[in-house]
Write a protein that binds this ligand. Structure first.
Ligand code: CU
Ligand code: ZN
Length: 179
């Protein structure tokens, strides 16, 4: 009896370990090539739009379009959390900064991974963005937040470019692609 119990326990233990290992392998096997965030108004700002992130060449192609903006520049960042629950957007946390560096422009060597600079709205309140980002990796930004700010990111002030309040928020997720 005792031996049987021991063997049963050993089998259960072995099966348990195998399942754990398989789950870890699956979780590290990130193979998505495109992500998307639908960005929605915080409060009554009326700002909305979407942005996609696609692997292209040596970087990630960032393409987006937004409406309902005041004409001019608006800070545009990836924030740490994909959490838009707070009415003022603070639930998204600070700029996504996995290498613990300083705030900067998207073209700077020292920048937060989330530093995408500014989007600039025309007189109709529409802003488009399209650039190749050499720092972002899809695996790291998946599930994190997009924030658009009321003011311009000056690209130098620490820790977040003095871009003012948060007027729109979105969550980055896996995009539907048609290969
Ligand atoms: Cu921001
Ligand atoms: Zn930053």
């Amino acid at each position: 009896m005792k031996l049987t119990s021991f063997i049963t326990a050993l089998i259960l233990f072995t099966v348990g370990c195998t399942e754990t290992v398989e789950k870890e392998v699956i979780n590290t096997n990130f193979n998505h090539k495109a992500l998307v965030a639908t960005v929605m108004s915080l409060g009554d700002s009326g700002v909305e739009g979407s942005v996609t992130f696609k692997e292209e060449g040596t970087g990630v192609l960032v393409e987006g379009e937004f409406s309902g903006l005041e004409p001019g520049k608006h800070g545009f960042h990836i924030h740490e959390f994909g959490d838009c629950r707070a009415a003022d957007g603070t639930s998204a946390g600070g700029h996504y900064n996995p290498s613990e560096t300083t705030h900067g422009a998207p073209t700077d060597m020292d920048r937060h991974m989330g530093d995408m600079g500014n989007i600039e709205a025309n007189d109709s309140g529409v802003a488009t963005v399209e650039y190749l980002d050499e720092t972002i990796t899809l695996e790291q930004i998946n599930g994190r937040g997009i924030i658009i700010h009321a003011g311009e990111d000056d690209l130098t002030s620490q820790p977040s470019g003095a871009a003012g309040s948060r007027i729109a928020c979105g969550v980055i997720g896996v995009a539907q692609t048609h290969d």
